[in-house]
Design a protein around this ligand. Structure first.
Ligand SMILES: Cc1cc2nc3c(=O)[nH]c(=O)nc-3n(C[C@H](O)[C@H](O)[C@H](O)COP(=O)(O)O)c2cc1C
Length: 438
């Protein structure tokens, strides 16, 4: 049986998502205000009409300021700016839908596991089991400066993250499922012997208390991760139920899929396939190739070069304003998001890429493969990514909203369904069920 695709919409709670300059596209948010519920409700209903697993909300905690030590170009060109808090829209999305999940990016850097678990359990209740947590630990210096803390290195962040998860699991598993009695006659609501106190004395965290929220429909949110360094992949293979990676070519996808699957089964003894591999793609679809190409060029024309460089500086933790734009990306090492840097390192199958070109490649869609064409062209490539690259599904980057998702749902989804490569109804109501089943 040919694998069926999973789909998610990749978005940010702000005026711009990940295609730099998207806000200025003539079709972006026409008649919609990104800061209002109606916009999110409409986008959620669109994704649910397309039987997507979830809307996936990225986040960072403060505007980037790596480029020339300033956030001016980030502010000036709306580079992932302004960005509102991501979990606030989860109930708006899930109350407008019945099946669509929400993946929320929440950083562990400045929040104690106790309140993180409480928040996520509450959201899982309110959505009737449709929440995923994209676990991040804040890679950008601007985030640490905004919180007045000293930035720690990657190794330290992953060590702390492991203990963070240990405490989260203790909290989520601390209630026995029959703890609530709710006997009005006797007045006993819950059996204290079944709501266990968690006592944690670790290297990074201490906690003593009962989880404040009754077990939620999924027990714990679906755990999602996008780390891609060696430590990051181990973390994903150990904890995640789904990963999000950006791999620019089929060959890179295959390598990543094989590597992660091997870590999952051999290093962490989990059943093969227990982590869904979701890869980013940028699609520009139209009835004809010419029309699609023209649409693609219109999207490219929105990119401000200085904003693009500032975005790369933010994601990769290097000040690209100090480089010659003709320097080659291949000669540079970055402290920031390794996995995304590789998307430009291998954008041309490993052939040299200048910083100038890399900025544009990156700014249009975070280094994701760009598929421009008819619904059949796009379905062909997605099939290839699944069959040869090992992808289980796709994170669709926003190019202008809500239009890009409407077009994908109206044009590409039916094509995938006709080919038997996409569901025709949701297999379940909770996010984990939909993610694990076709
Ligand atoms: C595709 C992708 C998407 C990511 N999205 C976010 C995000 O929204 N917020 C964030 O703080 N980090 C994000 N990250 C960063 C990772 O979660 C991770 O913290 C970072 O890559 C550093 O870990 P690594 O060195 O193992 O890659 C993303 C990374 C990738 C590869």
């Amino acid at each position: 049986m040919a694998k069926k695709a999973h789909l998610l919409g990749f978005i940010q709670h702000g005026v711009n998502s990940h295609a730099t300059g998207m806000w200025r596209h003539p079709k972006d948010k026409v008649g919609w205000n990104y800061a209002r519920p109606e916009y999110w409700q409409h986008m959620a209903r669109t994704m649910e009409r397309g039987l997507f697993d979830a809307m996936f909300i990225a986040d960072e905690l403060a505007p980037y300021n790596t480029h020339a030590n300033s956030s001016d170009p980030i502010v000036k060109y709306a580079v992932q700016f302004p960005t509102h808090e991501p979990s606030t829209i989860a109930p708006i999305i899930t109350s407008a839908t019945t099946h669509l999940g929400v993946g929320v990016t929440l950083s562990t850097a400045f929040e104690h596991p106790y309140s993180m678990c409480r928040r996520l359990s509450s959201l899982d209740h309110l959505s009737n089991g449709r929440i995923a947590w994209n676990i991040v630990s804040s890679y950008s210096k601007s985030e640490w400066e905004a919180y007045g803390a000293e930035m720690t290195d990657r190794g330290h962040r992953y060590e702390r993250l492991d203990e963070y998860m240990e405490l989260c699991y203790k909290l989520w598993n601390s209630w026995e499922l029959d703890a609530i009695i709710a006997d009005k006659e006797s007045g006993v609501y819950a059996d204290p012997s079944k709501v266990h106190e968690v006592v944690h004395e670790g290297t990074f965290f201490r906690s003593r208390g009962r989880h404040f929220v009754a077990p939620s429909p999924q027990g714990q949110p679906v755990l999602w991760q996008a780390g891609s360094s060696d430590r990051g992949r181990d973390f994903a293979a150990k904890h995640a139920e789904a990963i999000f990676a950006v791999l620019p070519t089929v060959a890179r996808m295959r390598q990543y899929s094989d590597d992660l699957n091997t870590r999952v089964s051999e290093r962490f003894n989990r059943p093969h396939g227990s982590v869904r591999l979701i890869y980013g793609v940028q699609t520009v679809v139209a009835e004809t190739r010419e029309e699609a190409q023209a649409k693609y060029e219109r999207i490219l024309a929105c990119i401000p070069p200085e904003g693009a460089l500032a975005w790369m500086s933010g994601h990769f933790g290097l000040d690209f304003s100090t480089f010659d734009l003709d320097d080659l990306i291949q000669d540079i090492e970055v402290p920031g998001i390794q996995g995304l840097f590789e998307s430009i390192l291998y954008a041309r199958d490993g052939a040299p890429v200048t910083i100038r070109d890399a900025a544009i490649i990156y700014a249009q869609g975070m280094g994701m493969p760009v598929l421009v064409g008819t619904p059949a062209d796009i379905a062909d490539r997605l099939e290839e990514f699944m069959d040869d690259g090992g992808a289980d599904g796709f994170m669709l980057i926003a190019t202008y909203t809500p239009g890009c998702f409407e077009e994908f749902v109206d044009l590409v989804v039916p094509e995938l369904q006709r080919r038997g490569r996409y569901r025709t109804e949701y297999p379940g109501t909770m996010l984990r069920e939909n993610l694990l089943n076709d």
